[in-house]
Write a new protein. Structure first.
Length: 529
């Protein structure tokens, strides 16, 4: 009997030591992660989650807490940490610097996610990673997509929703014509702006379908089908909302397309998607094969071939190599990211407000930009002029300079904004433009079409002596130049000329190439090398 009591006492003491050790480590790690990821966390919570497209993200932490609480018994087994967890941990630290130097918040969000997975794996082992696997997957839905993906998805959803809305209006018997994301109903025009793209339906509905798929007891294909069904459902209800708005507009006027009624109708339409999703779930449950009740309950304590040594005391565990290495890497990351300025602001060589109105045989007239666009684009300086060659042919010139590309404040591509106003990009690609002395410059090129109007566009990104043609290249060089030069300054140059009636495409191309040849050396005088 005494031996039994002693044995129980040893077990109880061991459990107490493990709990104390875990609490101490968790507190230290939390403090270090907060120090490293303070800026991205502030952007995530107070910036991204404040946008209506991602306001549902506020609920996800509570869902994650419930999922972990639901697994509390399975997580109560002894941990068997593994050095394998160092792989995702190091990958997360590397992604932090990619995001920090490249000016991309999403990369830093993924960094935090990987670092947390790595720490759990290092101290708790693969078995507990599997137990909490769905929680980690769901945690990814808290992170808004990168601007490049978000804007492209939003634009495509706007166009799809516009087409669907017009089709439903035609079925109802109303006359409607679509130009891009603008629906002309004769008596008025409805613009399917970014706020009406359907992202506010799509993202929360995808999260809900993911949770329902997790709880659905059935074959894996049923879970995948349930999750994928959220996408067409969201698109359909958004098209229905646009069509309903058009019908009600004809009855009650503009009040149905703005203000409280507009927001309330969106909320009401979204609530209708939930029973539709539940109906899809009900149907899938009744389809063969029969539901599987098998679970992955663990019968044995987790084991690992590379198990980290046994715990002795709450303080001795803090002296273990795995803990020391992780803390040193996090500490170095926090110190370097806060003390070294990797993105020095490089002022423009000459202010763009002084950009000449006379360039060779071209005479320009300066055009102002509305303040709302100036505030949204975050550039340091810009110039916008309409040039004419004296023969009735014109070229629209626009350039914007960014003295430092910081997270959330970077250049954008015309491909992400012009199609939303009805322009369709045709023959898009790159072309080499001769600029004299046997040299050429590669630019992005496309013909834009919109209701009988056709224009040719060239654009490129001058960056510290290099000419780039895509945002993906921009991200790569932003990271590299921040690391090697401590500079991220860049400019966007956009040229547009109309394709005049009965004018052959070769003549339109020649005009814009000639203007590019004339403007390129002038522009170099204004941009820093």
């Amino acid at each position: 009997m005494p031996e039994h009591v002693i044995s129980k006492g040893h077990v109880s003491a061991g459990n107490s030591v493990r709990k104390t050790s875990g609490v101490v480590r968790a507190f230290i790690y939390s403090a270090m992660l907060f120090a490293v990821y303070l800026s991205p966390l502030e952007q995530l919570v107070f910036g991204d989650w404040g946008k209506e497209d991602y306001s549902h993200c506020w609920l996800i932490p509570f869902v994650l807490a419930y999922l972990l609480w639901e697994k509390r018994k399975e997580l109560a087994v002894p941990s068997a940490g593994s050095w394998v967890g160092m792989a995702p941990f190091l990958a997360g630290v590397m992604l932090f610097w990619v995001g920090e130097l490249g000016g991309e918040y999403y990369t830093m969000y993924l960094s935090l996610w990987l670092v947390v997975i790595g720490l759990v794996w290092l101290h708790c082992g693969w078995q507990k990673i599997k137990i909490t696997g769905f929680a980690f997957i769901l945690a990814l839905t808290m992170f808004p997509l990168p601007y490049i993906l978000n804007s492209n998805i939003s634009l495509r959803l706007q166009l799809i929703s516009s087409r669907l809305g017009v089709a439903l209006l035609h079925i109802y018997g109303m006359s409607a014509y679509r130009e891009g994301n603008v629906i002309d109903m004769g008596f008025t025009q409805l613009q399917v702006v970014e706020a009406c793209s359907g992202l506010r339906y799509l993202f929360p509905l995808m999260v809900l379908s993911l949770i329902l798929a997790y709880w659905l007891k059935g074959h894996i294909w049923k879970r995948i089908a349930l999750f994928l069904s959220s996408m067409p459902i969201a698109i359909m209800v958004n098209g229905l909302r646009i069509a309903v708005t058009g019908v009600l507009y004809s009855l009650w006027g503009a009040t149905v397309a703005e203000g409280f009624f507009h927001g309330f109708s969106g909320w009401l339409i979204f609530m209708l998607t939930i029973p539709v999703l539940l109906a899809v779930m009900w149907v899938l449950r009744r389809l063969p094969p029969a539901s599987s009740q098998a679970t992955d309950k663990q019968q044995n304590s987790p084991q690992s071939d590379s198990t980290i040594g046994p715990r002795r005391s709450a303080f001795s565990s803090l002296l273990r190599p795995v803990f020391i290495i992780a803390i040193l890497l996090l500490g170095a990351t926090a110190v370097l990211s806060r003390t070294v300025e990797f993105r020095e602001k490089v002022p423009i060589a000459k202010p763009l407000r002084d950009f000449p109105t006379q360039v060779s045989g071209w005479t320009g007239v300066k055009a102002p930009m509305e303040q709302q666009f100036i505030d949204a684009l975050h550039f340091s300086d810009y110039a916008m002029l309409d040039y004419n060659n004296g023969q009735g042919k014109s070229v629209s010139f626009y350039t914007a300079y960014y003295e430092s590309q910081r997270k959330g404040e970077a250049t954008h591509s015309p491909e992400s904004c012009l199609p939303g106003s009805g322009w369709l990009f045709r023959e898009a690609g790159t072309v080499d433009v001769p600029i004299g002395s046997g040299q050429s410059m590669r630019v992005k090129r496309a013909f834009m079409e919109k209701v009988g109007t056709k224009e040719l566009i060239y654009y490129w990104f001058p960056m510290q002596g290099r000419t780039l043609t895509s945002l993906y290249e921009v991200k790569v060089y932003t990271f590299w130049y921040a690391f090697t030069r401590h500079r991220t300054d860049i400019a966007l140059v956009r040229l547009i000329t109309p394709a005049y009636q009965n004018e052959p495409p070769s003549e339109t191309e020649a005009r814009l190439q000639n203007f590019t040849k004339e403007i390129a050396p002038v522009l170099r005088e204004y941009l820093p090398e």
